[in-house]
Design a binder for this molecule. Structure first.
Ligand code: ASP
Length: 308
């Protein structure tokens, strides 16, 4: 049985247009210091950027791509510049995006070249009929597209990796990652112009992941989904999110059954495993089953932000 308080859902009435972004989710009981403040400040900057795009009458996909690029540009979050490291000490990133109005999506998996993986996914959507491009060939496309190259891991990412390495040396146990570790600071955005919906997500994956591991973020229905009713992106342990098709199921549950779906998910996968943001007709919000998630929502010419 999942304790009712384990799952938190907050939703807000929205005007059109609207955009909500997030900077990952964290486990219950973890001391996050001032990270919540820092991450939600970046989230607000990203949401404002996306809202500006929507105000210029550009489409919601352009808005979520631009918002995610802001989130990919900080060392405080696990995407683009701030991507965490895999077990071999390297960066490998996943990203995905989707247009709700024609169900077109594009994803990239296990790339290391671009600073902005979401931009690479966007080029793939615009220029190819390919849905998912992975690994070396995706990196080659990023180079051919002259995307800005990744400058290498942030000190924060390296420090987090080093701590896990030390712990592992001490315990000599290969712990499976079945809970947020303790931060899963993947990023995402969903937006609407009132008629159309779009979703975008970008991540360095799970800290100390098996090299080559692909998470939920490039998988439609799992890490993201958008259709003519709304858009959702997820964050958390990809191995739980993908098995449940969390984004698709949450999308189907807007506006009244979001909590019910996340409670069902939590019953199967455990607490501190996921967070989502969503937008649908006249409503937007976020939900999580851990300690919180940094978020920011812009609509009606004003923005809100927080991390619980
Ligand atoms: N969902 C991402 C993954 O499993 C990680 C995260 O959300 O922090 O790759």
């Amino acid at each position: 049985m999942v304790d009712e308080e384990t799952v938190v859902v907050r939703d807000y009435p929205i005007d059109e247009p609207a955009i909500i972004v997030h900077g990952g989710a964290f486990s219950k009981g973890v001391d996050i210091g001032d990270w919540g403040e820092k991450a939600s400040a970046v989230a607000e900057k990203a949401a404002r950027r996306g809202y500006q795009i929507l105000s210029e009458k550009k489409n919601p996909l352009e808005a979520v791509v631009e918002a995610v690029k802001v989130l990919e540009d900080t060392c405080w979050l696990n995407a683009g510049r701030g991507s965490i490291l895999d077990a071999s000490g390297k960066i490998s990133m996943d990203a995905g995006l989707m247009r709700g109005w024609d169900l077109q999506f594009a994803s990239i998996a296990n790339v290391s070249y671009p600073l902005h993986p979401i931009e690479l996914a966007y080029r793939i959507l615009q220029k190819t009929g390919t849905l998912i491009l992975a690994g070396h060939q995706a990196d080659i496309m990023a180079a051919l597209e002259k995307l800005e190259p990744h400058p290498g891991p942030c000190p924060r990412a390296y420090e987090r990796w080093r701590k896990v390495l030390e712990q592992r040396k001490k315990s000599k146990l290969a712990k499976p990652y079945n809970q947020l570790y303790p931060l899963g600071d993947t990023v995402g955005a969903v937006a609407t112009d009132g008629n159309r919906y779009a979703a975008a997500v970008s991540t360095g994956g799970i800290l100390f992941k098996v090299p080559g591991r692909v998470g939920d973020s490039p998988l439609p229905g799992a890490g993201f989904y958008a259709d003519s009713h709304g858009a959702v992106v997820a964050t958390g342990i990809g191995e739980t999110i993908a098995r449940f098709l969390l984004s698709y199921r949450i999308l189907r549950s807007i506006p009244n059954n979001v909590k019910k779906v996340l409670v069902e998910f939590t019953g199967l996968m455990g607490p501190s495993t996921a967070g989502v943001i969503f937008v649908g007709k006249e409503v937007s919000g976020y939900a999580y089953n851990g300690g919180g998630m940094p978020w920011a929502l812009c609509t009606g010419n004003s923005c809100l932000k927080g991390w619980r």
